[in-house]
Design a protein around this ligand. Structure first.
Ligand code: HEM
Length: 339
């Protein structure tokens, strides 16, 4: 096997992803095809812990049976020939490590779904990662969405990212969907399926502009929702970890954002239960988490509405690079040709 990764192989993976996507006619399935690939990489890099004996990170190893990874094994990656991504890997790319292949595949998704296909991550792509055979405890390191504390412990402390990096990376929730069967968090981060197929700064606009009321209070799937069956075909959600970039929900949950907005006669916080009397509080001015708030403002790209995805794209590329190279010291740039 040639253990070499050249540009033409990188482009071929991109076009294979495009080909598979163009054959998927069901929109929900398409959202999960694209979203699942990016989430797969996120679960590979979010287990990195610089302070642990086994630092893990992008090593192609996943504790597939762990609850937090539900929705990856069996639909995104599998060994029975029923998953697009593992099928092309087995057919054409198994000379590459899974870790490198997954990242190249996610780069393809991000490029294809970005506005004007502008967010091309090829220039910062490095390869040479080695797959690990075992990664015991991997799943225990992955965040579940419980709140700001989790972002701080995992993305900042263990992964050595900044708040700005974390806010940029989570912008990926603009694509994809949460599933009742997998995480228990049902719904899209965006208001429509179509918008869940565009990789842009929409996620930040949704956090800031909507009224978000608590859902699943008291359960382990505590999160936020907005809208009603009248306004939304499918539920629209935010996790507590998403809302944390704008509100101090560790302190104020179960709370509602923007308590002064109405839908007919009903306060938008009060559809199921009254939350209009408990507004989500903002971070203290002197809190280190204000860096997250400032990053959201930066990625909004100016006053609403605007088409300026530049600040988000730049920060995303830089954070993605850090997250996918953490702990790796022998990575190489793409060859122009492999022999
Ligand atoms: C605090 C960190 C994070 C938490 C708590 C979190 C949590 C979740 C949850 C609960 C889901 C729904 C899974 C399901 O039910 O199908 C999800 C999906 C997703 N996540 Fe995250 N995530 C985090 C970070 C990230 C990062 C860093 C990325 C990428 C850069 C990412 C990309 C995605 C994508 C694309 C989906 C959609 C998957 C699909 O459509 O099947 N997430 N995430």
């Amino acid at each position: 096997a040639k253990s070499c990764f050249d540009k033409s192989t990188y482009y071929e993976i991109d076009s294979d992803i495009e080909k598979i996507a163009s054959g998927i006619t069901d929109e929900d399935e398409l959202v999960h095809f694209y979203g699942g690939i990016v989430r797969l990489v996120a679960h590979d890099f979010m287990d990195y812990d610089r302070n642990a004996d086994n630092i893990m990170g992008t090593d192609g190893c996943m504790d597939w049976a762990h609850e937090v990874n539900k929705g990856l094994w069996g639909t995104v990656w599998c060994d029975d020939g029923s998953c697009h991504l593992s099928n092309i890997y087995n057919e054409k790319y198994s000379h590459l490590s899974k870790a490198d292949f997954w990242i190249a595949s996610a780069n393809a998704v991000i490029r294809q779904l970005s506005v004007d296909q502008e967010l091309d991550l090829i220039d910062t792509f490095l390869w040479g990662r080695q797959d690990a055979d075992s990664c015991e405890g991997q799943g225990d390191r992955i965040p579940t969405g419980s709140g700001c504390r989790e972002v701080q412990d995992i993305l900042l402390d263990a992964m050595d990212l900044t708040w700005r990096d974390a806010v940029a990376l989570l912008g990926a929730h603009t694509i994809g969907k949460g599933h009742a069967d997998f995480s228990g968090h049902e719904g899209y981060w965006m208001p429509t399926t179509a918008e869940s197929l565009v990789f842009d700064k929409g996620y930040y606009e949704e956090i800031v502009r909507r009224t978000w009321r608590p859902r699943n209070v008291g359960l382990k799937e505590e999160d936020f929702q907005t809208g009603t069956e009248d306004t939304h075909e499918e539920p629209q959600l935010m996790l507590k970890t998403d809302m944390c970039f704008w509100y101090d929900i560790d302190v104020s949950y179960p709370c509602c954002s923007r308590t002064n907005r109405w839908y007919g006669d009903t306060n938008r916080c009060d559809f199921e239960e009254v939350y209009s009397d408990n507004e989500c509080t903002r971070h203290d001015d002197d809190s280190s988490r204000m860096e997250a708030v400032q990053s959201v403002v930066e990625f909004l790209g100016g006053g609403f509405p605007n088409e300026n995805n530049e600040p988000f794209y730049k920060a995303y590329a830089s954070a993605w690079y850090k997250a996918t190279t953490n702990g790796q010291d022998n990575l190489k740039t793409l060859r122009s040709e492999c022999w």
